[in-house]
Design a protein around this ligand. Sequence first.
Ligand code: SF4
Length: 248
Amino acid sequence: MTLHSPEHTAQALDARLAAASLQERLAIIAAEEGRAVFTTSLGIEDQVITAAIGLAQLPISVSTLETGRLFKQTLDLIAETEERFGISIERFVPKQDDIDAYAAKFGLNGFYESVEARHACCHVRKLVPLAEALAGARFWITGLRRSQSGNRAATPFAEYDAERGLIKVNPLADWSIEDINAYVEAESVPTNPLHKRGYPSIGCEPCTRAIKPGEPERAGRWWWENDEKRECGLHVPEAPASAIPTPA
Ligand code: SF4
């Protein structure tokens, strides 16, 4: 690792961000050279970051992955959030050829049948659009928190993502759900009404259920799978290349 390598920059940023507030963390990234992209799922953590960007009108691009399988409440929230904070949220959608190839190989809802099929669907509907959203970015801002799941317990404030060739920034890494709720209350941040119906973590409609009292926050995501560390591949590489269908 050299003094000006991205690994070194990420390490230095990690230490700098640790001592800063959320607003300061975002302002630090916005002041850095290079494009910063925040990808929002419209979940409550991401709404906090969107609010902080919007309230300060920071030069950070806000993007979302419109998978084509989102809840109506999530789609409505995109428009409400744009209006509330005077920002534009850029939608990245899957390619129709990819969806057709997936459906031909696995069936449109084939993700229930195997982990391989589920990873392939997330690849087509999330990972490919994510790559488009991050094209040319130097920084990728996310709403990951350490207390969301055991899989995220070691989330740093900044780290070099060698696979994508950018610095991943997690400005809420040390926030608790209580911190999130307090910010939402204080700033009147619009949130997904599904949160109050037992959905702390909301993804695509067919792959998200409400959780029972005492269950981990992400237990309602891909609930039919047994792996405790299940993710969609956005933040943890999961999909083996053989699982990915090639568009016809
Ligand atoms: S969460 Fe479900 S519907 Fe959405 S991309 Fe992944 S497998 Fe497909």
